[in-house]
Design a protein around this ligand. Structure first.
Ligand code: TTP
Ligand code: MG
Length: 398
């Protein structure tokens, strides 16, 4: 049996604003578009929720409901910074972290219980670590699967901790009173159709006849919603897969016009990427160059390599060939080099056994860590580009 945690930060953007500006604590705070313009509320503090304000509501409406609320603009890179902090905390408990949004993740802590205690004990530790490091609260659901953990984390917000019992009858009773809209995969259309047929709560779904459900949801839908209604869900906590690539980039402290300096930095990056490619046991087929000019315009070029490679010389050649395709006519702010279409063997040949390779103690965990970083990057990317370099960028020149 697995132990899954679903963790969701409370009033995330608004809580960060209240943390960063203590005068706002205890007050209705609305983050989003200003009230005098078109646009919506991103989120609001729990004090503002008492006035009926919620995410996605027009800011004008929010203002009508609570004119004395403090309206603040979105400071996305601050929120991303905190998001990274919490993901790092999760990762210190288990490599099995599935980030779902900027303030939310699933954790499979089954294997971590030996080290850190039971699911609820781990939840308490994570809540304490988040509070200490970020000053924020979160709500946690603990259950035997993702579906139940997600439902549970929402039950006692804010600062909640909800444990779902593990015997089937208790699970059935736990789910029974919920409106069907709370179930995964039930959108507005399906909900309306079910409600018209008298199915309003999960209990109604539990008691519906198989024939009735099949008529309403189709055979596959009937089966999967019936299982969910009884709390059955065996989806794994997974880090989303994506085509692998390896790259490094440098943002210059000051925009650079000197071609020699640009060239030197690019060659350094190409070697670094080659080293990483070898260390990861790959050969790459495609090379990529990225250049961002002083005015933030960004251009990329890519080309296929003559054959799959992972050596410094080939990568340097590729980088210079690509650079020649982008005449640097303006000062350069950022330069990056990367490779993709990775494969484990050089073109067509079987992999050679590398008897001298310096294998780390736990390659699987290392791989999961790398994947997690990429998964977090992707999720944060969805919240809009920002030009701020990561604080930990190791490639900062000088
Ligand atoms: P949520 O976790 O849905 O909301 P929340 O953290 O503000 O509040 P709760 O305590 O109920 O979890 O979303 C996380 C953040 O995502 C939220 O702080 C702001 C942003 N967001 C939007 O920008 N627009 C939206 O419509 C929603 C739902 C969230
Ligand atoms: Mg939240």
């Amino acid at each position: 049996m697995r132990t899954i945690l679903h963790i969701d930060m409370d009033a995330f953007f608004a809580a960060i604003e209240q943390h960063d500006c203590p005068e706002l604590r205890g007050k209705p705070v609305v983050v989003g578009s200003p009230p005098d313009r078109r646009g919506v509320v991103s989120t609001c503090s729990y004090e503002a929720r008492k006035f009926g304000i919620h995410s996605a509501m027009p800011s004008r409406t929010a203002y009508q409901r609570c004119p004395h609320a403090v309206f603040l603009p979105v400071r996305m890179h601050r929120y991303k910074e905190v998001s990274r902090q919490i993901m790092v905390i999760f990762e210190s408990f288990t490599p099995d972290v599935e980030p779902v949004s900027i303030d939310e993740a699933f954790l499979d802590v089954t294997g971590a219980e030996r080290l850190f205690g039971t699911g609820p004990e781990i939840a308490v530790k994570i809540k304490a670590a988040i509070l200490q490091e970020t000053g924020l609260t979160c709500s946690v659901g603990i259950a035997r699967n993702k579906f139940l953990a997600k439902i549970a984390s929402d039950m006692q917000k804010p600062d909640g901790l909800t444990v779902v019992p593990s015997d089937p009858e208790a699970i059935r009773r736990f789910l029974a009173p919920l409106p069907i809209g709370r179930m995964w995969g039930i959108g507005k259309v399906t909900r309306t159709r079910l409600e018209k047929n008298g199915i309003r709560t999960v209990e109604d779904l539990q008691n519906a006849s198989a024939g009735n459900l099949t008529r309403l949801l189709g055979p596959a839908g009937a089966e999967s919603f019936r299982r969910l209604a009884f709390g059955e869900d065996d989806r794994p906590v997974a880090i989303e897969e994506r085509e692998k690539s390896i790259s490094n980039e440098t943002t210059f402290d000051k925009d650079v016009s000197d071609p020699e300096m640009i060239r030197a930095q690019l060659l350094y990056l190409a070697e670094k990427v080659a080293r990483r490619t070898r260390a990861a046991g790959y050969y790459a087929r495609t090379a990529h160059l990225k250049v961002r000019w002083s005015d933030f315009e960004t251009v990329t070029r890519q080309q296929q390599m003559p054959r799959a490679a992972c050596d410094d010389v080939t990568f340097r050649e590729q980088a210079l060939e690509l650079l020649a395709k982008i005449p640097p006519h303006r000062a350069v702010r950022l330069i990056g080099f990367g490779v993709s279409r990775l494969q484990e063997t050089p073109a067509g040949e079987p992999a050679q056994l590398d008897l001298f390779s310096d294998k780390t103690d736990d390659p699987e965990r290392a791989e999961k860590r790398e994947k997690l970083s990429r998964a977090v990057d992707r999720i944060l990317e969805k919240y809009g580009r920002d030009s701020i370099r990561r604080a930990s960028d190791p490639d900062k020149p000088g």
